[in-house]
Design a protein. Structure first.
Length: 173
C-alpha cells in the first residue's frame, strides 16, 4: 500500500542519504562559515538553540539542493543523516502499512529508511551527517538532550498532522 503525504517546509525534519558529494572534514572550532551558521540559526526547528550547540551542529552540516522530482532517499536506504528542509515541498511515499515518521532511522539501529522521499518542487535543505551528529550528542549531553527534545516534538507534531489529514473527508472529483 502506498501512501503519499504532501508536507510543507516548516521545520520538517527527515532522515536521508546524501546524494551529492560532501566533505565532512572537521573544521577548527569557531571556523564555521557564516552561511551555515546563519542558516542553522534561522531554521525554525533550531530556533532558541544556543550558539555553542549551533557551532557543534555546523561541524556536520552542509547545504543540499534537489530538483523537482528528484528522490532524496529511497525506502531501504541506509539512513546516514537528516535533512532540515528550508524551502520547497517534499512527498513521503511508503509501502509499509504503518505511517513512517520523519525522525526515524538515522538515530537508532539498524539505520534504515522506511519510506521514499521525493522533491515536488525545487527544494533546499541543511543536511546533518548522522554518524557525526550521534557522536557529538554522546560527547556533549546537553546538545544531545536539546536535540532529542526537538526530535520528540517534531515527531509529535508530525503525528498530529498525519492524524488530522487522515480525519479529513475525502472528496471525489
Amino acid at each position: 500500500m502506498q501512501r503519499n503525504i504532501d508536507l510543507p517546509p516548516r521545520a520538517l525534519l527527515s532522515s536521508a542519504k546524501v546524494l551529492v558529494p560532501v566533505d565532512f572534514s572537521p573544521a577548527p572550532r569557531g571556523a564555521m562559515t557564516q552561511s551555515i551558521a546563519t542558516r542553522l540559526e534561522r531554521h525554525p526547528w533550531l530556533l532558541g538553540m544556543s550558539r555553542a550547540h549551533l557551532e557543534l551542529l555546523a561541524e556536520c552540516a552542509t547545504v543540499v539542493e534537489f530538483k523537482r522530482g528528484e528522490v532524496l532517499f529511497r525506502e531501504g536506504d541506509v539512513a546516514d543523516g537528516i535533512y532540515l528542509i528550508e524551502t520547497g515541498k517534499i512527498r513521503e511515499e511508503s509501502s509499509v502499512s504503518r505511517q513512517p515518521t520523519p525522525t526515524e532511522g538515522w538515530m537508532f539501529p539498524p539505520h534504515i529508511r522506511t519510506c521514499t522521499v521525493r522533491a515536488l518542487e525545487p527544494t533546499t535543505a541543511i543536511f546533518l551527517s548522522a554518524p557525526i551528529l550521534r557522536d557529538l550528542c554522546e560527547k556533549d549531553i546537553s546538545l544531545g538532550y536539546d536535540f532529542l527534545k526537538r526530535l520528540c516534538l517534531a515527531t509529535y507534531q508530525y503525528t498530529l498532522d498525519v492524524q488530522r489529514k487522515a480525519e479529513q473527508p475525502h472528496r471525489s472529483l
